[in-house]
Design a binder for this molecule. Structure first.
Ligand SMILES: Cc1ncc(COP(=O)(O)O)c(C=O)c1O
Length: 391
């Protein structure tokens, strides 16, 4: 006979999902109401306002797509890119290459600005690509590359796009709530995020925001948007203004209760306070890991605070260590992705999970497991370094 599923309580310090705030889980357990119920429509309006706050934008078209971050990515590309268009894609990790794949699948041309993994996107390289491709229509890049832990200068890249009369598509999946995301300040045209990272919400929704220029470009398309589900012209019939909303798809009602609560939590803390907390815990984790002898692969001024990519001590089987952390300490950290597979661990400190207790747990559990495998690390100094960082 099948039984109810009761997952073990883990501490999630990988690249996402991160620990979900219990307030969010409680919100998701509230009674389901109809997705066209007037009470639900009021909740939708609040979610749009809260997302505008989180993204720091006045963009009217700011809504959650009913599917994970990849669907937010695809929504931006499928609505803005038409067959034959030229799109400059900055690629400094796994998620940049997915953007390029999206472009090609839409029958458009992807001009890739290749960048070393573990580095921010180089604005000079983008400028060269734009000089060489004056017919480019869109610039796309990842603000916070989860596969490497590198943060790019979104303000400068969006500014370049605008100077070359291109729209910008910005991946904010790992940055929203964890570090400075300022869509209007950057002049970004289309951005998407995910709920499972620094918003500390369950996975499965993708907040997006599009500028007036992006909406205008969608209205002036020569061809129909090739995806029915993600066509924003149709989606806006449901998420648009006023009390008369047309049925498009059945909204994930309880997931949206969760997103609302996650955004209320963020608004209570305040954006800057949240970014500062992420930075403080990152610095403490860094102190502990470096004292142990591990090092970061991203240069200091290009590092994310919410995703730490660190080297693995010589001779250590990284997968065995991760397995032991999970079995002995119920602690999840992430493996390297793509060309960094087997070379780094990715340690997340995202949203609710970015706290001193998790930093201490991670540093001491990692030291314990590495010591069991006689790894060459400095023993007995890491937790003191963490404490010193908080003092
Ligand atoms: C930077 C970035 N973009 C896109 C995605 C895709 O999001 P999802 O896995 O929710 O579809 C991820 C997921 O980790 C990500 O880190």
């Amino acid at each position: 006979m099948y039984r109810s599923f009761n997952p073990t309580v883990r501490t999630l310090m990988g690249p996402g999902p991160s620990d979900v705030n219990p307030r969010v889980l409680n919100a998701m357990a509230k009674p389901t109401i109809g997705h066209l119920d007037p009470e639900f429509i009021r909740l939708m309006d609040e979610i749009k306002g809260l997302l505008q706050f989180a993204f720091q934008t006045e963009n009217e078209l700011t809504i959650p797509v009913s599917a994970p971050g990849s669907a937010g990515m695809e929504t931006c590309f499928v609505n803005l890119v038409e067959p034959g268009d030229k799109v400059v894609v900055c690629q400094n990790g796994v998620f940049g290459s997915r953007m390029s794949d999206n472009v090609k699948r839409m029958g458009a041309e992807s001009v890739v600005v290749e960048q070393e993994w573990g580095r921010a996107v180089d604005p000079d390289a983008l400028k060269k690509a734009l000089d060489a491709n004056p017919d480019a229509k869109i610039v796309a890049f990842v603000h916070a590359e989860t596969s490497t832990g590198a943060r790019s200068d979104a303000r400068e890249l969006c500014d370049l796009a605008r100077r070359y009369e291109c729209l910008s598509i910005v991946d904010c999946v790992t940055s929203l709530g964890g570090c400075d995301v300022d869509l209007d300040g950057w002049g970004a045209d289309a951005s998407y995020s995910g709920t499972q990272k620094c918003l500390s919400c369950a996975p499965g929704l993708s907040p997006i925001s599009l500028s007036e220029a992006a909406v205008e470009a969608i209205k002036n398309r020569k061809t129909q948007v090739s995806s029915w589900f993600l066509d924003l012209n149709l989606v806006m019939g449901y998420w648009g203004e006023g009390q008369t909303r047309a049925y498009h798809h059945t909204a994930p009602v309880n997931a949206l209760y969760g997103l609302h609560e996650a955004l209320v939590v963020l608004s209570e803390e305040g954006l800057e306070a949240s970014w500062l907390r992420h930075n403080r815990n990152h610095l403490a984790l860094r102190a502990g890991l470096e004292a142990m002898g591990l090092s970061f692969i991203v240069p200091e001024d290009e590092r994310l605070t919410q995703l730490n990519a660190v080297t693995i001590p010589e001779g250590v089987d990284e997968a065995v260590v991760r397995k032991q952390l999970l079995q002995q300490f119920n602690l999840e950290i992430g493996a390297g992705l793509g060309s960094l597979a087997g070379k780094v661990w990715r340690i997340g400190l995202m949203g609710y999970a970015s706290n001193p207790k998790n930093v201490m747990l991670c540093v001491s559990a990692l030291e314990a497991v590495l010591s069991q495998y006689n790894a060459h690390i400095n023993k007995g100094v890491a937790t003191a370094a963490v404490q010193a960082s908080y003092v």
